[in-house]
Design a protein around this ligand. Sequence first.
Ligand code: PDD
Length: 287
Amino acid sequence: MPRIVYVNGRYLPYAEAGVHVEDRGFQFADSVYEVCEVKGGALIDTTRHLARLARSLSELKIAVPMAERALRHVLSEVVRRNRVRNGIVYLQVTRGQAARDFLFPGPDTEPTLVALARSIDPAKVAAKAKQGISIRSVPDQRWGRCDLKTVMLLPAALAKEVARTAGAQEAWFVDEAGFVTEGASSNAWIVRADGFVLTRPLDSRLLGGVTRATALEVLKAQGVPVEQRSFTIAEAQAAKEAFVTSASATVMPVVRIDGRAVADGKPGPVTLRLREKFHDLAEITPV
Ligand code: PDD
């Protein structure tokens, strides 16, 4: 559990950290966030995360809470104060506190900024990666701007619950045409029989994952052919390998999709090599 949480300029004990009941993040999900990996006491890919945060804020016309340098300091400070060596740092910005009204509040409304860090046992993640995870597919019923990292996560939470009930660890959203958009909290990938790695091209139906961007660079450096192309559940079930990427799990092998084993039901070599080499090309910022 985090011990110290950053809330609007103050580092508070976890039990005392809170925001107002009329915060727009609470009432309207009028809020964006980032999750960065912390590995070996360093922040991973901070520049990409902060660039995506800036884009999410700008697209929604939420004020930038502080300069990038100051944000970097807050991220480092919550990691340091919570003594997190491996885990994640979570950052959330809302449009701020105002009397409930659908219309945006006045320009004097200060955005709310919250940051916390949490440890994740790397041995547990490694054990999960050794085994691989199962996927359950669900219809994508989210909104039209999934390229923005907003806290409008109810469909993702519902999808994860459906997955859990089916004995799976992640859900894959499927669009009206039958193509996988992405995971509930990850990007989706397969390795086709001809060795090409496939992942959906970026559009408004999926989040441009930071891990996805770095993974594309790693695959390129490894000389692995990649095609950014949409794929169906049937194609994924017939693939040689499948995996998901996210800041909290980096590269996680997928071994079952809707009850069907992918290839021999074990993590594949392309996935494992990508997982092993991922941090060679990721940006590493000691806190
Ligand atoms: N989830 N797609 C969705 C819908 C996500 O929520 C995430 C991240 C990703 C992967 O993005 P990245 O590689 O930048 O983490 C893709 C984070 C980890 C979360 O909500 O906990």
